[in-house]
Design a protein around this ligand. Structure first.
Ligand SMILES: *Cc1c(COP(=O)(O)O)cnc(C)c1O
Length: 413
């Protein structure tokens, strides 16, 4: 693995442009155009034939988006990065690229709702079988694996359960079975989670969350760590012939973008470039706020219990410390005595916003059982650990005293 002398923020801020800017702009400009012109017939023919690399049409590649991909590569040390229009585009495009009709995915039974729906409805309709398993239990994962299993898919910290998979153990099992490990690390971005060190083959992230920061733009990335031999997967065989180690990103760019169009736009990449530069500062602040809030929750009589993997009462505290550099994201949950108490508290909030997003700069709160999981049956809710007494908090960067004051006025009356 390459030794990095510089820190995360330095690498993000000073990642060189792929090409000198015509005006020596210090910040990557927004190249909003769609098409690019060529000097000669031979030139354009070479690019179309793949003999020369140049931007031709922004659905496939664009300078501002390419720079965001370079920055993500600089901070992750990954083999290749491709940016997409949303987190869901990243997840769906990767799974469509890696799994053939008839192949299967073994996925965690605790997933972001739309990922769960993608795996439950859309992928099976395309002939991709999906098997759900408790990914904290390697025996259960092994039981679900067979010679048609292509991908293990899970989230680094599930939400709202805040369950943590032992990623190194899962990667070892995957290696024995020739299965690619794809993890959604949206809530533990590369500043805290170095996926390569835990044997993850491909990372997918919604950059809408921590990376965009202000929650002003949708985006996603696929990060290929370069660890997996893509020739082992039937869906990738043809792509390996021409692109070898670049087979996954080549397939996404040259086939999936062309046909499904899930490309990131230049404007979005501009927001992501700004957001990534200061993400580490925001993550540190959010994690700090979570620890303070956790202590406050412990002391409050109306809060029956609370859950955050960054405090040592959490069942996977040690694993969280090791896997996420002692900074396990900024999502926490707490339980009040009843659903009524939750609604009353929720309605009394003045500063903290009632909203569904995660990792905004603002602190957001939601009652998952009556919103995100409303369409699920009571049985499904129980199996997913969704309690009517539970509130979810996505902690932002406000001064923690102000957050605690909002809690006080919402709880102590
Ligand atoms: C938000 C989220 C997604 C989806 O990302 P979008 O950018 O909204 O498409 C996927 N996974 C996780 C864990 C998320 O939090």
């Amino acid at each position: 693995m390459k030794e990095n002398k510089e820190g995360f923020i330095t690498r993000s801020l000073h990642a060189p442009f792929p090409k000198n800017d015509a005006y020596n702009a210090l910040h990557m400009p927004v190249y909003d155009g769609v098409a690019y012109e060529f000097d000669s017939a031979e030139d354009i023919a070479d690019v179309f034939a793949g003999n020369k690399v140049a931007h031709a049409y922004s659905r496939t590649s664009n300078p501002t988006v390419e720079y965001f991909e370079h920055k993500m590569k600089a901070v992750t040390d990954a083999h290749a990065v491709v940016a997409l229009s949303s987190g869901m585009a990243a997840i769906s495009n990767v799974l469509i690229a890696l799994v053939e009709n008839g192949g299967n995915v073994v996925a965690s039974n605790h997933l972001f709702g739309h990922s769960y729906a993608l795996l439950k409805q859309t992928l099976p309709a395309l002939g991709i079988e999906v098997r759900f398993a408790d990914m904290t239990d390697m025996e259960k994962v092994a039981e679900q694996t067979d010679e048609l299993t292509r991908v293990y898919f899970f989230e680094t910290i599930t939400n709202p359960q805040l369950e943590i998979v032992d990623i190194s153990r899962l990667s070892e099992l995957a290696k024995q079975k020739n299965v690619a490990v794809v993890c959604d690390s949206t809530i533990t971005p590369p500043y805290v989670f170095k996926s390569m060190q835990f044997g993850v083959d491909v990372e997918v992230m919604s950059t809408t969350k921590f990376i965009s920061g202000g929650a002003a733009a949708f985006g996603g990335v696929v990060v290929d760590n370069g660890l997996f031999d893509w020739s082992k997967l039937p869906a990738m065989k043809e792509w390996v012939v021409d692109y070898n180690k670049n087979a996954l990103v080549a397939r996404i760019r040259k086939e999936i973008f062309r046909h499904l169009g899930g490309t990131m736009t230049a404007h979005t990449a501009h927001f992501m470039n700004l957001g990534l530069d200061i993400m580490a500062l925001r993550v540190d602040r959010c994690v700090d706020n979570c620890k303070h809030l956790s202590a406050y929750f412990d002391s409050h009589l109306k809060i029956v219990s609370s859950n955050y993997p960054g405090v040592n009462s959490h069942e996977s505290f040690d694993l969280a410390q090791e896997q996420f550099s002692s900074k396990p994201g900024a999502v926490m949950t707490f339980d009040l005595e009843s659903k009524e108490a939750c609604f009353q508290f929720f309605n009394r909030l003045k500063l903290i916003r009632r909203a569904t997003n995660l990792n905004d700069n603002k602190t957001l709160c939601i009652h998952p059982e009556s919103t995100i999981y409303a369409e699920f049956s009571d049985e499904e809710k129980v199996s997913m650990g969704i309690r009517p007494t539970m509130m979810r908090l996505s902690v932002g960067i406000e001064e923690v005293e102000d957050l605690i004051n909002d809690f006080k006025q919402a709880l102590d009356f």
